[in-house]
Design a protein around this ligand. Structure first.
Ligand code: IPM
Ligand code: MG
Length: 356
């Protein structure tokens, strides 16, 4: 097969880890006889510096004309004081909206060899295999009004949590479809004891559940879900939730894998190109030092092979290579343990290539 992939390195370690993903994809192409072509484009702080906007028009065009998009990370202290529309994060949110990627899949599986890199007890996390399905183009991140103003001499700020029934329905249905081919359980996370959006969310979840008789639906309040993720994470199969709750719970859940540096994600639309990015950020503190963990980025490219290109064997081969590397005791600094060998970003990529 022949595929065009848009490459958006972004900021900080994004630039380093994305090269790892490209090297792995090239090796996959050779091994399985596919051709991958890459178009690079700017996003985030980099784009603000070079083009005066975090999401240049050209970037959107390149992404829309691609078969899938790989993105490193955006953000950094350099742009923290910028006005909202010139913040790197606006570029990422804008791209998600432009591509209509409402469905964000964040798989969380414990790598047995990393179990003791987690701050949680091994026996709590070793059975973990869950999928967070986060709504990605609505909710508090996009609701209007949003902004600041003066009211009666007082400064105020507002954000709006807004969803249409249709937006809820499509993401909840996605969660059920995934659960059908997994352990057949959906946990819908909301705050229905307080929020109106959550009350509607719960009703919609009950309705969608009717279409999937073999999948069990459970409702859980978000505060309880945060607690249960730490107390007994292996009770979960698919967790579906709105944008902001999903943002918070997925960072929390990353600790179940040992490190945030291991968590990959796929963001899918109804029909256009998918967007693949690691869950972690741009890690400005270690940027440019060739120290970053490229595995979440590499695993994100494996998700691309699977979800956008239906290259299941190829995706499995990449995932297996990552597991083998960990098993053989190779680590980057963030997941280093006693008796393991700490590698640089490039060396870690090289190891994955060897095992591939
Ligand atoms: C994530 C990130 C982003 C988000 C930021 C960078 C805007 O935290 O993908 O989880 O909040 O969605
Ligand atoms: Mg986040």
């Amino acid at each position: 097969m022949h595929k065009r992939i848009a490459i958006l390195p972004g900021d900080g370690i994004g630039k380093e880890i994305i090269n790892g993903a490209i090297r792995v994809l090239n090796a996959v192409g050779e091994k399985f006889d596919h051709q991958f072509d890459y178009d690079r484009a700017l996003i985030g702080g980099d784009a603000v510096d070079q083009e005066g906007t975090p999401l240049p028009e050209e970037t959107v065009t390149i992404c829309k004309n691609s078969d899938a998009v790989l993105l490193g990370a955006v953000g950094g202290p350099k742009w923290d004081q910028n006005p909202s529309h010139l913040r790197p994060e606006k570029g990422l949110l804008g791209l998600r909206k432009e591509l209509g990627v409402f469905s964000n899949l964040r798989p969380v599986t414990c790598f047995p060899d990393l179990a003791d890199a987690s701050t949680l007890k091994t026996e709590v996390i070793e059975q973990v295999d869950l999928m967070i399905v986060r709504e990605l183009t609505g909710g508090l991140y996009f609701g209007e009004p949003s902004g600041r103003q003066m009211e009666g001499g007082q400064e105020t700020a507002v954000d709006t949590l807004y969803y249409t029934r249709a937006e809820m329905e499509r993401i909840i249905r996605k969660a059920f479809e995934l659960a059908e081919v997994r352990k057949k359980k959906v946990t819908s996370v909301d705050k229905a004891n307080v929020l109106e959006t959550s009350k509607l969310w719960r009703e919609v979840a009950d309705e969608v559940a009717e279409e999937f008789q073999d999948v069990k639906l459970e409702h859980m309040l978000v505060d309880n879900a945060a607690m249960q993720l730490i107390r007994n994470p292996s009770q979960f199969d698919v967790i579906v939730t709105e944008n902001m709750f999903g943002d918070i719970l997925s960072d929390e859940a990353s600790m179940l894998t040992g490190s945030l540096g291991m968590l990959a994600s796929a963001s899918l639309s109804a029909d256009g190109p998918g967007l693949y990015e690691p869950v972690h950020g741009s890690a400005p503190d270690i940027a440019g030092e060739n120290k970053a963990n490229p595995l979440a980025m590499i695993l994100s490219s494996a998700m691309m092979l699977k979800y956008s290109f239906s290259m299941i064997n190829e995706a499995n081969a990449v995932e297996k290579a990552v597991q083998e590397v960990l098993k053989a005791g190779y680590r980057t600094g963030d997941i280093a343990q006693d008796h393991t060998t700490v590698l640089s970003t490039d060396e870690m990529t090289q190891k994955v290539l060897e095992y591939l």
